[in-house]
Every structure is written in structure tokens, then in C-alpha cells.
Design a protein around this ligand. Structure first.
Ligand code: SF4
Ligand code: SF4
Ligand code: SF4
Length: 674
């Protein structure tokens, strides 16, 4: 069977930013190194003979005698379970070629352990189809849209018909399955038809890794055929585009783990498998009882013989010892070890070994893929990524649809930035309505139209809801991390985006729902206020709707720069408190990305005369400010941060009540402050 590195479901919905959770929530303690997930290949024999196959042995190959018997597998599974293993991937060869497949499958899965199973589907019987009803992922490979193509790939006449029969048995038994599309040169011309066929067979399909690795058996004939089946780099990238948006997620995940990402980084240490083993929570067992940390590692010297020793020994002693065993050779330092393309490259030492029999070897095909991936990434970022800066924070906005000049309202022009900065927020727009699993949303913490908000692990899930109690329609969704610095936004349709002139980067009614939380962590908040920069002094003109913020800003605009007439960000910076312009304006379209030191807080009050009355008590200033803070999702920790900030403002900055009439003569009154 072909292993599938990138899995692409039809709908991708990440409900949590903790996919790679490696610490126990709340404790900060790392999860112990446990063998949580087992991969077991029951046989390398197969009744098909696929052109791309890197593993296959003939069905009647004498190696059958060396395969682990049922009892031995039972012992190993039991030992692994005792050490924590809770999930199995069962594969081959064709695992159902073993006459005791049903017993083995039953034994591995009978305690309701989650599992996944790879098969070519040709040997599924009604009895097996019923057995497979147990909850788990059944992945059945499809090599062509027609019998002609499928059988050409498998070099086995009748295999397409047998696979279709297998699908029919699964459907009869009402056993769900995933169709795995395996693309290669000889079937790629009908790949769209394969996709249509997959859709007609099952609601879920996936595309297998579209690059092919050579066989460790080093047969020249076999490897020549595998090479011939490799797709052009552009086709590989088309099928499996790199995630051009994941830069900061990778970094954050690595930081959270407090260890390097699984792949070695350019110029890093010379122990080629150290990172793999360090982060490893899974293991692989071959049909003969050889165990190691990864299914791609085929070198017998890197496999522990479970027939001669215990699973515990293999996991606790043998696998960790491999971290030091394979070092890069001098050529490694000159190629992959120092390669700047590494982030875009799928290279790993195991592929080097499969390709050239040397762990340090670079793989020319992967170099070509990396080139293609890089140009894809650059091109994608050019069209699908924009940066904006507000209050010294850069918001990176990525979108599945390309941006145009008209996507955002012109007010955002002044906030555009060329690239990232130290403080980043990243947003990603998707235009696919995810499948919601109400049981997997975590705890509901807020429900009032237009939002229902859930807390799951350390993520926040926002669902757009209607006002009616019985209205279950979801009008979009968003998932943010703990600090609201990373968000995925699932828009219900493309129409609004394509229409353009968007008033919010989030495509919510306002961006404040996102920013209000992220700001609190940065000693900052939104205030219902107009802001002016007059001669380098910042005036905060505070008031709710109708208090005269726009009127006051209009009257003062000749004297200085309007930062905004409706929402201002106040932020503590090392040099003191500053006010920052925002794009959330009122009637006055003047906005500015500028900022100024906060020199005076002025509470607006409409009156019959123009008067400036000092607010002498700090507590009074703080109380008035608290009334004018923009609130989104209010939690105790958020309030605590905001109250600290406004108390500081009240202590450090003079405050006034500005009573003003319609005459426009506030300039003189304000002038006394400057
Ligand atoms: S079905 Fe094809 S790819 Fe899978 S194990 Fe058999 S020969 Fe290999
Ligand atoms: S050897 Fe390669 S495929 Fe296996 S875990 Fe390491 S990086 Fe991943
Ligand atoms: S295979 Fe090529 S592109 Fe990839 S890391 Fe090695 S030298 Fe760089």
C-alpha cells in the first residue's frame, strides 16, 4: 500500500489550534514519551502488482513463512496496549491476503480502539465488510476511473471489477469507507474522472501522496518503473499545494513543544533522525516483527526484532538509541544539510535512503518539487496575502480567494504594510462551510445573536447565529487561538468577498471582536472616542454615539490630524501611553494609521456654552473610561487587564469634561490645553 502523507478531506475544519498538543493542558508538563499510535504491515505480499508499488511481493512469495503469526501479533499488540498504544494503522501489501486477516483485525480492534486500514479492496467479502463496520477509517485504493486504466496500473486483469465489488459489499453492509485516489503518470489524464467516480462511491475521498518513492529492494527494473510513473512537479504541486500560510503556525507549534519541528532545519545538527525520534509518539512494525519509529525506514539495521525481545525494550531502549546512529556524511552538509529550500522540500533521510541507499543523499526529484513549491508559495502569497498595521501590530490576512485592489474598502490603504513585524496577528479566510459536529465544539460560553461562542481546549470558536431560537442556521464560523492572534474564518459564501469594499479584515461586522482580546494582552484597548494629533499631542475625545465625537473632530481637523472619529486604540508603549488611529470611523471618513502620545482625556458633553472642566479625581476618570471601553467577549482575565490599563490612564493623564455648543468655538477652549 502507498502511505499517505498529506491527507486532504473534502472539507477541512480545524476546531482547535492544539492539533499538535504535546503538553498536558494547564499543567505545562510535556506529555510523556508514549507509543500512542502503532502502524503494522501484516504482509508485503499482494494480489496486485502496481507499477508504482515500493513494497509489493508476489502473493505466493515464500516470505509468507516468516510473517508474524497471529499469536505473536497478539502478544505485541497486548504489550503495546499496556504501554499506552490506543490506535492502529493496519496495512500491507494487501493485508486481506492473509487467511487470518479477520482474526487479526478483530483482535486489534475488539476493544473499540480507533484504527485505520489500507486495502486495495479486491478481497473484501460480505463477512469482512460486516466486520469492518467497527468505527475506523477504511481506505480503499483507486488507481483509475476505468477498468482499462486501473488494471493497467495494477498489472492485474480483473482488479478494477474486484475493487468495485469490494465497494459494493461495503455499501451493502452500510460500512463507511474512504476512497484513496492514487495519482501517477499513467492515470493522471483521467484524474478528474477518478475524482468523480470516488465521489459517486463515497462521501469521503482523499488524494494519496502524489510523489512516489523508490523501493528499498533496489531492483533497477522496479525503480525504473516507479520513476517513470512520477508526475511532473507542477502536477504534484497542483494536487498537493504547500500550505503557504503555515509559517507562523509551524513556529508557534515548535515553540509550544519547546523542541524543533520534525524536519531538520538548514544548518541544524547532523544526527539525521534525532528530530523524528524525539517527537515520535508512533511506531512501525513490519510483517516479520521488525520495529522502528517510521514506516519509511526500511534499513534492517534500524529495526528491532520483536521476536527476540519485548515491545518495551524496542520502545524504551532501541528506538531512542537510533537518534545517534545515523549521521550526515560530508555530502549532506553541502546539500540537504544547508539547503535553503528545505522548508519547501519533502526530503527526509528515509527518502534519501530509498532513492540512493544513502541517508544523506539528496533526491533530484524532490529538488524539482521544492523549486515548484517555492514558486507556488511566492505566487500564492503575492495574490492571496495582505498585511495591515494598526497600533504597531501587523495583521496578516490570507485568503483562499485572491485579493484584488477592490477587496477592501479604501480606508484600509493607510494601514497597508509591506510585510511582517515583531507583533503579528494572522487571519485566514476560507470559503467553505465546514461540517459542524455539535458534540465537538467544547463548552458554550456565550449565546446571543449574532454570535454563539465556544471554548474548546485553548481555542475559541465563534458561530454566526440568527436571533430565532429555532433557527439553526450557521452564518459563518471562526476559530481563534487562546490569545486571538491566529484565526481561521469560515465564510459562508464567496459573494461578499468578490463584491469587495469590505469594511472589516475579518469580514465580521467589525474587527473589534478580534482585536479587543488581542489588544488586552498588549496593554491596549479600544475606546469609544475620536482622536486628534495636534502638534504631536494626542487628544482622546471620549463619548458614546451622539456625544459629538464627529462634530468635535470636524471642528478640530484644521488644527491637526484626525486619527479617527469613532474608535481609538490606547496602548501603553515603553515611552508612555499613546493613542492610535483605527479604520473604524464614524461619519468622518478621515482615518490615520498614525499615533500620538496621549496628552489629554476629554469627555464630551453637549451644552449651551464652551467650557473645559477638569476631572480631578482619578477614580472618576477611570469610571468614565470603563464605560467607554469597547467590549467584545468579556472574561474576568480580560477585564482585569483592561482595568489596569484604564487606572494607569487615569493616574498619568489629565482628564476634562468638555462642554461644548454648536458654535464651533471649541478650538480656543482646546487650545488652552496644548
Ligand atoms: S495494491 Fe498495489 S500498491 Fe497496494 S500493496 Fe498491492 S501492489 Fe502495492
Ligand atoms: S524518517 Fe522521514 S518520514 Fe519518517 S518520521 Fe522522519 S522525517 Fe518523517
Ligand atoms: S532534496 Fe534538494 S531541495 Fe530538498 S533539501 Fe535536499 S538539496 Fe534541498
Amino acid at each position: 500500500m502507498r502511505r499517505l502523507s498529506p491527507v486532504r478531506k473534502r472539507v477541512l475544519f480545524r476546531l482547535s489550534f492544539l492539533d499538535r498538543q504535546t503538553s498536558i493542558i494547564g499543567s505545562g508538563r510535556p506529555i510523556p514519551r508514549l507509543p500512542l499510535e502503532g502502524n503494522i504491515d501484516l504482509t508485503y505480499r499482494c494480489n496486485c502488482n502496481c507499477r508504482h508499488c515500493w513494497l509489493r511481493l508476489p502473493a505466493n512469495h515464500p516470505s509468507a513463512k516468516r510473517e508474524l503469526p497471529f499469536d505473536e501479533i497478539g502478544r505485541i499488540v497486548g504489550e503495546a496496549r499496556a504501554m499506552g498504544c490506543r490506535k492502529w494503522l493496519i496495512s500491507g501489501g494487501e493485508p486481506m491476503l492473509r487467511p487470518d486477516f479477520g482474526d487479526i483485525f478483530d483482535m486489534i480492534t475488539h476493544r473499540s480502539l480507533p484504527y485505520s486500514l489500507n486495502t486495495n479492496g479486491t478481497l473484501i467479502t460480505p463477512a469482512i465488510a460486516r466486520l469492518l463496520k467497527r468505527k475506523g477509517a477504511k481506505m480503499v485504493a483507486l488507481y483509475g476511473a476505468t477498468a482499462e486504466t486501473h488494471d493497467h496500473i495494477t498489472r492485474t486483469p480483473g482488479s478494477f471489477a474486484a475493487t468495485m465489488q469490494g465497494f459494493a459489499y461495503l455499501r451493502e453492509a452500510k460500512t463507511g469507507f474512504i476512497v484513496q485516489l492514487i495519482p501517477m503518470r499513467d492515470n493522471y489524464r483521467e484524474f478528474d474522472a477518478m475524482t468523480r467516480l470516488a465521489r459517486s462511491l463515497s462521501p469521503v475521498y482523499r488524494v494519496g501522496a502524489p510523489w512516489l518513492y523508490l523501493s528499498a529492494c533496489r531492483s533497477a527494473v522496479r525503480n525504473r518503473e516507479i520513476s517513470r510513473q512520477r508526475l511532473n512537479p507542477a502536477d504534484v504541486i497542483h494536487l498537493d499545494p504547500p500550505d503557504a500560510t503555515d509559517d507562523d503556525e509551524r513556529i508557534t507549534a515548535a515553540e509550544a513543544d519547546d523542541k524543533p519541528p520534525a524536519r531538520l532545519q538548514p544548518g541544524e545538527e547532523n544526527r539525521l533522525f534525532a528530530a523524528c525520534i524525539d517527537g515520535c509518539r508512533d511506531f512501525h512494525i513490519d510483517p516479520y516483527g521488525g520495529m522502528t519509529f517510521c514506516c519509511f525506514v526500511k534499513d534492517p539495521a534500524l529495526r528491532y526484532n520483536l521476536r527476540k525481545g519485548s515491545f518495551r525494550r524496542a520502545w524504551d531502549d532501541f528506538i531512542p538509541s537510533l537518534a545517534d546512529k545515523v549521521q550526515g556524511d560530508p555530502g549532506y552538509e553541502e546539500n540537504c544539510g544547508r539547503c535553503e529550500q528545505r522548508e519547501d522540500c519533502r526530503w527526509c533521510p528515509a527518502y534519501g535512503y530509498l532513492e540512493h541507499g544513502r541517508y544523506s543523499a539528496k533526491v533530484a526529484y524532490l529538488c524539482a518539487l521544492a523549486d515548484e513549491a517555492r514558486s507556488y508559495r511566492e505566487n500564492w502569497q503575492h495574490h492571496h496575502r495582505r498585511y495591515f498595521r494598526i497600533a504597531d501590530i501587523t495583521i496578516r490576512v490570507d485568503s483562499d480567494l485572491p485579493f484584488t485592489e477592490k477587496t477592501f474598502d479604501p480606508k484600509f490603504k493607510k494601514f497597508e504594510a509591506a510585510g511582517p513585524s515583531e507583533e503579528m496577528i494572522s487571519l485566514r479566510h476560507h470559503f467553505e462551510q465546514p461540517a459542524f459536529d455539535r458534540d465537538d465544539m467544547g463548552q458554550e460560553v456565550y449565546r446571543r445573536a449574532p454570535w454563539a461562542i465556544y471554548r474548546k481546549d485553548r481555542s475559541w470558536i465563534y458561530l454566526g447565529i440568527g436571533p430565532g431560537r429555532r433557527d439553526n442556521t450557521i452564518y459563518g464560523a471562526a476559530v481563534f487561538n487562546e490569545g486571538h492572534t491566529r484565526g481561521r474564518i469560515y465564510n459562508p459564501s464567496e459573494a461578499l468577498f468578490r463584491q469587495g469594499k469590505l469594511h472589516a479584515l475579518t469580514m465580521f461586522p467589525s474587527d473589534q471582536i478580534l482585536l479587543a482580546r488581542a489588544l488586552a494582552d498588549r496593554q491596549a484597548c479600544f475606546i469609544h472616542a475620536a482622536g486628534m494629533d495636534i502638534g504631536g499631542k494626542g487628544l482622546l475625545l471620549v463619548g458614546h454615539s451622539g456625544a459629538g465625537k464627529t462634530t468635535a473632530a470636524r471642528m478640530l481637523r484644521k488644527q491637526g490630524e484626525v486619527l479617527c472619529d469613532d474608535r481609538i486604540i490606547v496602548r501603553r508603549r515603553p515611552e508612555g501611553l499613546r493613542i492610535h488611529g483605527t479604520w473604524s470611523h464614524g461619519e468622518l471618513p478621515d482615518v490615520s494609521a498614525g499615533s500620538a502620545p496621549l496628552s489629554a482625556i476629554i469627555f464630551l458633553e453637549k451644552a449651551d456654552a464652551n467650557r473645559l472642566v477638569p476631572v480631578t479625581k482619578g477614580i472618576e476618570t477611570a469610571r468614565l473610561l470603563a464605560q467607554h471601553v469597547v467590549k467584545s467577549l468579556v472574561t474576568a482575565d480580560w477585564w482585569e487587564k483592561i482595568l489596569t490599563l484604564i487606572e494607569n490612564m487615569a493616574q498619568e493623564v489629565p482628564a476634562y469634561r468638555l462642554q461644548f455648543d454648536k458654535s464651533g468655538r471649541i478650538n480656543d477652549t482646546i487650545g488652552k490645553l496644548l
